[in-house]
Design a binder for this molecule. Structure first.
Ligand SMILES: NC(=O)c1ccc[n+]([C@@H]2O[C@H](COP(=O)([O-])OP(=O)(O)OC[C@H]3O[C@@H](n4cnc5c(N)ncnc54)[C@H](O)[C@@H]3O)[C@@H](O)[C@H]2O)c1
Length: 123
């Protein structure tokens, strides 16, 4: 891992989930600074219980932001000064959920936030 990637936080959305928390563990053990953005809708706090110890082991740092990728303020906070984003936040859907306009609106919102995130990282 390069010194630059150690210095800038790597954001893991959905970092409390199955895949996200394994990524978080691997990154922290390599000495990265990792910032998780998760709303704990399906994620588990137990998945990140060892995060402090992994960070200590690798010499990195761990930050947790509890919030949604659909929330502009939470996303802006998560991506501020970051070097990369690993987007793992996801919701498993049934047909009924997928059909609601609220759901469609939240997906559009998340897509917009991720687009702003791309612009931010490109600076
Ligand atoms: N697990 C697998 O075998 C597998 C295989 C192929 C693809 N995938 C894909 O990988 C991704 C992650 O899967 P997983 O198994 O880790 O799922 P998971 O449910 O364990 O993790 C998803 C995480 O995203 C969080 N989340 C959901 N909505 C959020 C939101 N709006 N804002 C912030 N956080 C939010 C949840 O709290 C959870 O921690 C999904 O897109 C899934 O389809 C998973």
């Amino acid at each position: 891992m390069s010194p630059d990637s150690r210095a800038k936080p790597i954001v893991v959305t959905g970092g409390a989930g199955f895949i996200g928390s394994n990524l978080v563990e691997a990154l922290l053990k390599q000495g990265a600074t990792v910032r998780v953005l998760d709303d704990f809708s399906t994620g588990r706090r137990e998945n990140l219980a060892e995060a402090g110890a992994w960070a200590k082991q690798g010499g990195g740092r761990f930050e947790l932001i509890e919030g949604s990728v659909c929330d502009e303020a939470a996303v802006e906070r998560a991506i501020a000064g970051s070097g990369a984003v690993l987007h793992q936040a996801a919701t498993e859907l049934d047909d009924e959920t997928a059909a609601t306009s609220a759901f469609v609106a939240s997906i559009r919102n998340a897509a917009g936030r991720l687009q702003s995130l791309r612009s931010e990282l490109a600076k």
